[in-house]
Write a protein that binds this ligand. Structure first.
Ligand code: LLP
Length: 422
């Protein structure tokens, strides 16, 4: 059977069965390459692991919003977790049904709320009382009723980077459970809203089952409390955060164990379960392919300078994110060397790996930065006036250019020069 994703055969990196070298020669570098096969396989693995909960799986669009990948989400019958009008637009564009879209985010604007109401999204995950008031008012004006879930903050610590924890009292997300317990009636009494669910998302890149279990126990108590108050809660959204193994010694979250634990907690609750995986589906399904420009010997360090930069992939500097870096073609018999792999941008934070053992590569060779399918292009910028680069999807032995790289003209196409100054 064909192996999905990125693997090496005789030292040559393949994406599904296509040599990565063929792709970089055809499309140039830097280049985001996605294995559509692995992306889809991850969707199916996720579905399979939680099948006893029969959840509505809403792929988290923010992790990778590439239209072609969203088409695969749609083809596999999944819904979408969105956080902005832009993400709503992308999801609807590929035909993901509005009634399987859930809308989170602490700062939904009036126009975004109206767009979502017009489209008929399934659920607003409400993160504050003022937001509930705004949705109520907007729904009233449009003659609609908005289905909402209260996003609670269960105050559990997940062992992840401080920039991607979301479920503690220090975070801006959700309504603190104690506050929600006191003030839920204020939300429930608002007109034009139907309070049908509870949502929580405790953080991202969580590789341990325990924080989910702890959070769920607290959330289930809240659901029961609301029901005792006569509020008919029928949806429980567990959020996302399901962690992957970026480092060879790291273990991904054990989905099967989590599935079993959740089943125990949620058994008999009689709620529709929603889950919002992002990274688990998209991260391993992507690499950033780059070319070595120079190898620079410093006094203390050797720098492998590549044509990819923090503008294409910000995780290493933003979250101390570890990502494997390797040549797309191994060369037999050469030694390893400890190097820094860096980009051309004028920032010390423009790096992919520090003090990393890597084969002694030379300029002109291609390197792959692994597991960049999530929060890669999605967080890209044009810093240092670097145009956005191409994206390619490999699927069923074919490859598709799914984003054309930008030109210098694209960089300035929305700028307006002041005519009087010419
Ligand atoms: N649901 C909600 C409400 C979220 O806020 C997020 C992610 C997800 C689902 C999906 O989380 P995932 O399954 O992908 O972990 N840029 C950071 C991650 C930020 C995550 C934000 N929220 C990174 O590169 O690690």
């Amino acid at each position: 059977m064909e192996r999905k994703g990125f693997s090496k055969e005789n030292g040559k990196m393949l994406c599904d069965s296509v040599p990565v070298e063929d792709l970089v020669r055809e499309y140039g570098t830097p280049l985001y390459i996605y294995s559509g096969g692995l992306f889809e396989e991850n969707l199916l693995r996720f579905k399979e692991a939680f099948k006893e909960l029969s959840p509505l799986i809403c792929y988290s669009v923010k992790s990778n919003s590439c239209g072609a990948l969203l088409q695969l989400v749609k083809q596999n019958g999944l819904g979408a977790d969105i956080v902005s009008g832009g993400e709503l637009y992308r999801a609807l564009r590929v035909g993901i049904p509005a009634d399987s879209i859930v809308f989170a985010g602490v700062g939904k604007t009036r126009s975004e709320i109206e767009e979502a109401l017009e489209a008929g999204v399934y659920l607003f995950n409400v993160e504050s009382i003022p937001e509930a008031q705004e949705i109520s008012e907007a729904a009233g004006k449009l003659g609609k009723t908005a289905r909402i879930a209260i996003r609670v903050n269960p105050d559990v610590k997940a062992d992840t980077h401080k920039h991607i924890t979301t479920g503690t009292k220090e975070n801006k997300f959700g309504i603190d459970l104690e506050v929600a317990e006191k003030y839920f009636q204020q939300i429930n009494e608002l007109p034009h809203l139907e309070l049908i669910g509870v949502h929580c998302h405790i953080g991202s890149q969580i590789t341990d089952v325990a924080p989910y279990v702890n959070a769920m126990k607290r959330v289930v108590r809240f659901v029961n409390m609301l029901r005792e108050e006569g509020i008919h809660i029928k949806v429980l959204n567990l959020g996302g955060g399901y962690g992957v193994a970026y480092h060879p010694e790291e273990n991904p979250l054990d989905l099967i164990t989590l599935g079993k634990e959740l089943k125990k907690i949620l058994e008999g609750l009689d709620c529709q379960i929603i889950m919002e995986p992002g990274r688990f589906i998209s991260a391993p399904a992507g690499i950033l392919a780059t070319r070595v420009i120079y190898v620079k010997e410093g006094i203390k360090k050797t720098f492998v300078i590549i044509d990819g930069a923090v503008s294409e992939f910000i995780r290493p500097v933003l979250y101390d994110g570890y990502h494997e870096v390797e040549p797309i073609q191994d060369k037999q018999g050469r030694k390893n060397k400890v190097v820094d792999v860096v980009g051309p941008i004028c920032e010390s934070g423009d790096f992919f790996a520090k003090d990393r053992e890597l084969q002694e590569v030379q300029s002109g060779e291609y390197l792959a930065v692994r597991d960049t399918g999530a929060y890669g292009f999605a967080m890209a910028s044009n810093y240092n006036s670097r145009p956005f680069v191409s994206e390619v999807v490999v699927y069923d032995r074919n490859h598709y250019l799914v984003r054309q790289k930008n030109t210098y003209a694209d960089l300035v196409k929305d700028e307006i020069l002041v005519s009087e100054w010419q």
